[in-house]
Structure formats: structure tokens, C-alpha cells
Design a binder for this molecule. Structure first.
Ligand code: C5P
Length: 307
């Protein structure tokens, strides 16, 4: 018996960030959009907890208990008084350390997979609670679609989306550490009055209508100046995407992946080709959002059970 769960990446179409709280986290108005780039997490009963990973960036993925997938299995096992005796295999397609919630996706995927494998019967609310303990972005990886996240991003309200949005993503030659980007945000905003984060009504309206031009006019990311300060070369990538016809260009979350909104699928393919030829990024992907959250795609039996 093994269970495979497919989990999407995300882009933040709005990321409004407050001044740091006493616990060091930042309150957010975080508008998440799940996009169709996926990791697949397979869990199989084993003697003891073990994580393996395949994919182009597999060598950058930690296989110890710092991996959110391992932590998810341990958290669920502890809650249900059992051993986390599974082999977790991650087929990784989401860029690593890229600001697209790849690690969070693996946490949500492993949680849903272990829940199905062990038949715990945990409620959705319980699973979301565990996700929030694992990290600020993990609950969204579970629910997918589009959502407004407040608090540190873990308190979600689902959002209506009236159409598909076509994106191009450019990965960078190195990663950025999320805590380092938030620290740089604190440094850059020190001594200034940081406004309370509020979701943009124009942006929510654009999502609801499926209006790509209105979405392009209203995307924003308060972490972008911090990401660019730590990784100035990203400015050239953003410029190359704009020159290639992107309707909007922004850093995805804490970066360094950059995200480009396209008019439609053909425009996305054209922007992707020009970005790839620009020499300003490591690799280029296209993806459509919204995409569904963590979904069991196979609960087959035996080693050959995967499709
Ligand atoms: O919640 P998560 O473990 O993903 O957060 C990683 C780091 O990002 C935190 O340790 C913190 O430095 C920063 N962070 C923050 N405010 C948030 C979310 C994350 O300062 N709302």
C-alpha cells in the first residue's frame, strides 16, 4: 500500500507586510494563488521514517528531520499516538528555495498522504492546525485555489477566481532564505511608519472577474525591495520579462523566483522563450493558476501502484 499526493506551488499576487510583531513574525495580507507546478509526495510503510527526493534540484533538498514532509509525518503520528514509520518520496518539480512554497507543499502533501495511509480520520480543521504549526504557508498548500492569508499568513479565507491566469516563472542561480529577506525588510523599513497590511479591493475584484489586465495593474509585493537588495541581479530578470511583453513582473514571495503575468497561453510561451534567451535566469517555466490544493492522486497497492 502506498499513497501519492500532488501539491501545487504558489505565487503571491499581493504580499502586504506589517512591521515585526513581538515574536519576530510579521502580520500579512497575503493573497495566494496556487499554480500548476507540482510536487508529488508518496508515502509507503517502512521500518522507520526516511525521506528521499528525485528531480532536477533534488540535491538541494534536506533529507533529515528539518524537511517539512518529515516534520508533517512526525506531527500527525504524535497526535494519533503512533510511529511515523513511513518512507516519504518527493518527486520535486517546484523550484527549491524559490519563494514558491515548495517546502510547504511537501509538508502539506506528506500530511495528507500519511493521513490517508494511516486512516486517522483527522478532520480538515485538525489537518489545517497541523499545517499552521509546520509553517505560515503550509495551510495554503493544503487548500490551494486562491486565498487571503492574514496573521502570519496561516489564517485563510478562500477567494473566488473568475478565470485562468497564465504565468511565466524564472528561477534564479541561487536561493534566498526567507528569514533573511524578512530581516532585510526590517532593516529597510526601520524608522519608517509601516502601514497595516490590507488586501487590495482592486486586486480581489480582478481575481473574482478573471480580469488579467486589472490583476496586472494591482499585483504588489512588499518583500520585493528586500529581495532585490539581497539579490540585485533579479532587476535584470524583471526588466527582461517586461521587455518580453509581460503585463506584470514581480518577485514571487520572498524570492528569488520572479513571476510574469501573461495575456494568455501564447503570450506566456513567447515571454518564456525570450526570458530563457535573455541570460538573466537559470530556467523558465510556465504555469496556470488557480490550481487545486493537495490531492490524493493514487492510493494504489504495492510498489508498482503509482501511475
Ligand atoms: O512560517 P515559516 O516557518 O515559513 O517562516 C519562516 C521565517 O520567515 C520565519 O522564521 C520568519 O523569520 C519569517 N516570517 C515572518 N513573518 C511571516 C512569515 C514568515 O517574519 N508572516
Amino acid at each position: 500500500m502506498s499513497v501519492t499526493v500532488r501539491v501545487p506551488a504558489k505565487v503571491n499576487v499581493q504580499l502586504a507586510v506589517a512591521a515585526p510583531r513581538p515574536d519576530g513574525f510579521h502580520d500579512l495580507a497575503n493573497v495566494f494563488l496556487a499554480v500548476g507546478l507540482y510536487d508529488e509526495v508518496t508515502v509507503t510503510p517502512a521500518e522507520e521514517l526516511r525521506v528521499t527526493c528525485e528531480g532536477p534540484d533534488a540535491d538541494q533538498v534536506p533529507l533529515d528531520r528539518t524537511n517539512l514532509a518529515a516534520r508533517a509525518a512526525l506531527a500527525l503520528a504524535e497526535r494519533y499516538g503512533r510511529e511515523a514509520d513511513v518512507h516519504i518520496h518527493i518527486a520535486k518539480d517546484i523550484p527549491v528555495a524559490g519563494g514558491m512554497a515548495g517546502g510547504s507543499a511537501d509538508g502539506a502533501g506528506a500530511l495528507v498522504a500519511c493521513d490517508a495511509l494511516w486512516g486517522t480520520g483527522a478532520s480538515r480543521a485538525e489537518l489545517l492546525d497541523i499545517c499552521a504549526e509546520l509553517g505560515s504557508d503550509v495551510p495554503f498548500s493544503l487548500v490551494g485555489g486562491a486565498a487571503l492569508g492574514v496573521g502570519r499568513g496561516e489564517l485563510l479565507t478562500p477567494l473566488e477566481v473568475g478565470g485562468d491566469f497564465h504565468w511565466v516563472f524564472a528561477t534564479a542561480v541561487r536561493g534566498l532564505s526567507t528569514p533573511a529577506v524578512y530581516r532585510e525588510f526590517d532593516r529597510l523599513t526601520e524608522g519608517t511608519a509601516v502601514p497595516e497590511p490590507v488586501a487590495s479591493p482592486e486586486l480581489l475584484g480582478a481575481l473574482a472577474k478573471g480580469d488579467v489586465a486589472a490583476l496586472a495593474a494591482s499585483v504588489s509585493n512588499d518583500l520585493q525591495p528586500a529581495a532585490l537588495s539581497l539579490f540585485p541581479e533579479l532587476t535584470a530578470t524583471l526588466d527582461a520579462g517586461r521587455a518580453a511583453g509581460a503585463l506584470a513582473a514581480l518577485v514571487s514571495g520572498s524570492g528569488p523566483t520572479t513571476a510574469f503575468l501573461a495575456e494568455g497561453p501564447e503570450a506566456a510561451a513567447g515571454i518564456a522563450a525570450r526570458l530563457a534567451a535573455s541570460g538573466t535566469c537559470r530556467s523558465v517555466r510556465t504555469a496556470v493558476g488557480p490550481a487545486p490544493g493537495a490531492t490524493v492522486i493514487d492510493a494504489g497497492t504495492g510498489a508498482g501502484g503509482r501511475n
